[in-house]
Structure formats: C-alpha cells, structure tokens
Write a protein that binds this ligand. Structure first.
Ligand SMILES: [Zn+2]
Length: 110
C-alpha cells in the first residue's frame, strides 16, 4: 500500500471514529449469538429501518450499510468497536471488584 493510500485510509478511519464518538448513543448494539463469526446488530433508536450488521473475521471489519460497501469503512464498525471496548472495561472492572471484595473479606482491609 502506497503511503498516500495509507494516509487516506487512516484519515477515513479517523473520520469514522469521530462520527462514532459523536453518535454512538443514538444506536443500540446487540451481539448476534447465531453468527458464524463475531457479529453485532447496530440499530438507530429513532429509525429501526437503519439496522446494519457489523462483522469481523481474520481479515477485516465489515458492515452491511451502503457507506461501508462504498468506502470499506463506516461509523457502525467504530460504534461496535467502542461498544466492545466499553464491555471489556466493564468486565475488567467487575473482576477487580470481585478481587477487592475477596481481599477485603480475607483481611478486613481494602
Ligand atoms: Zn456501516
């Protein structure tokens, strides 16, 4: 990949990320248990017709929306990535909470 192509891709990904940060609370994200590869349904709260499926495989992220088909990236992928990051952070926090509770129970200290 040429440097100019790479720079354009990074700029496009950055634009999608900023859109996702600004709009992620407008969308509901649900993990699709039945999918063959990890996949999520992304639905705009105010317009259920705008529901898209975001998938990831060993090669890349993809989405069923028109923007992703046209440009190979979109805000829905970034919304899912923000969602996954938030879920991972919550799980880590829950684990730390349990460890703190066990420690406190064993020692009487926090
Ligand atoms: Zn999309």
């Amino acid at each position: 990949m040429k440097n100019t192509d790479r720079a354009r891709r990074i700029e496009a990904l950055n634009t999608s990320r900023i859109e996702a940060i600004n709009e992620h609370d407008l969308y509901r994200v649900g993990y699709l248990e039945s999918a063959l590869t990890p996949a999520w349904e992304v639905t705009r709260y105010t317009d259920a017709a705008r529901t898209y499926e975001v998938m990831v495989d060993e090669y890349d992220w993809s989405c069923t929306c028109p923007a992703c088909k046209r440009d190979s990236h979109c805000k829905h992928v970034e919304i899912v990535r923000l969602h996954v990051e938030a879920m991972n952070a919550l799980e880590a926090r829950a684990d730390a909470f349990d460890q703190d509770a066990a420690h406190c129970l064993g020692t009487g200290k926090f």
